[in-house]
Design a protein around this ligand. Structure first.
Ligand SMILES: Cc1cc2nc3c(=O)[nH]c(=O)nc-3n(C[C@H](O)[C@H](O)[C@H](O)COP(=O)(O)OP(=O)(O)OC[C@H]3O[C@@H](n4cnc5c(N)ncnc54)[C@H](O)[C@@H]3O)c2cc1C
Length: 287
């Protein structure tokens, strides 16, 4: 097989197919697993990279006795939510329906129900994984927990078994918006942080502060740089949060001891993300 550019193999229907591809390219190419994440991270490979597209691996089943869900990694969050909901079950997960379950359960998986049920990765019970030598193994809770939080470094997950939860009988969604000056907005953040650390926040409560451009025309308009951005302050941990309860040694995911999480998000109207968005986000992370 001759591949001079970053190429895509779109034939994986099962772990055995992934294994066959890995064995063929073992010594020649850098392998990147993707399944069409909608920000196309996995397509940013250099020449000599091979992308295994998992988009056709779409099975989802719910075990009738345990209610554990077996999810193939070509699924996105939207597919999973709808299928689990039909079975009266839920998973904790992030908010965008197009996020792929492969990366989401491999590194994080924070959403409004995470203080109650944990991250998506905290609910992985076992996974069928193709290792770098092409062998197919099943990793479970009693085997190396390193898979949880760094799965892409170890292999390609073909399917994942998740613990699921009964869909709550009711939920309350709410949103309040205020147009405030900078001092008030800053103080709101302090108050939010104090509350997050107080121990008074029930685990059932999921929420975030959303800072967007206000009506004051003196504010910096990042749109002028070709970037749209906002600041999210997610209520992540704090006393009683299931995320903080997991010991640091239990998984390879290291970010357990924070109360608030600030994801750096920016987008561009252009088809390809301009370099300035990457520079902007790297600057955010270095703050
Ligand atoms: C708009 C947007 C909103 C988001 N919202 C949230 C949120 O609310 N909460 C949250 O926690 N996160 C959120 N995220 C982050 C998201 O969970 C991560 O970017 C995640 O890694 C995406 O996974 P993917 O499979 O779609 O991406 P990909 O780019 O396909 O994969 C990401 C990484 O995982 C690897 N990978 C993918 N599939 C597999 C597999 N089967 N086996 C092994 N490795 C694999 C890839 O090689 C790559 O290294 C958001 C991201 C975006 C872009």
């Amino acid at each position: 097989m001759m591949l001079s550019e970053c190429s895509s193999i779109n034939c994986a229907h099962a772990a055995e197919h992934i294994s066959a591809v890995v064995k063929v390219v073992l010594f020649s190419y850098q392998l990147v697993a993707i399944q069409h994440s909608y920000i196309a991270n996995g397509l940013e490979g250099t020449n000599g990279s091979l992308v295994v597209d998992l988009a056709k691996m779409k099975n989802i089943s719910v075990e009738p006795v345990t209610f554990n869900a077996i999810v193939e990694t070509g699924n996105r969050l939207g597919d999973i939510v709808l299928t689990l909901n039909d079975a009266g079950r839920r998973l904790p997960h992030g908010q965008s329906t197009y996020i792929g379950i492969g990366g989401h359960s491999g590194f994080d998986g924070f959403g409004y129900s995470s203080r109650m049920w944990g991250l998506t990765l905290d609910n992985v019970l076992s996974a069928t994984v193709v290792l770098a030598d092409g062998s197919i193994v099943t990793a479970s809770e009693v085997e190396p927990r390193a898979l949880l939080g760094s799965s892409a470094s170890l292999g390609i997950a073909a399917s994942i078994e998740f613990r699921t939860f009964a869909v709550p009988s009711e939920a309350t969604a709410f949103e309040y918006g205020w147009d405030v000056d900078i001092a008030t907005a800053s103080n709101a953040l302090k108050v939010f942080q104090t509350w997050a650390l107080s121990g008074d926040v029930p685990a059932e409560f999921g929420g975030e502060l959303f800072y967007v451009k206000g009506s004051d025309t003196d504010e910096l308009n990042l749109l002028a740089l070709g970037i749209t951005t906002h600041v999210e302050v997610e209520l992540y941990g704090g006393i009683g949060s299931s995320i903080n309860k997991v010991s640091l040694d239990d998984t390879a995911f290291a970010h357990r001891n924070i109360a608030l999480h600030f994801p750096a998000l920016a987008s561009s109207p252009y088809l390809r993300t301009p370099a300035i968005v990457s520079v902007f986000l790297m600057a955010c992370y270095s703050l």
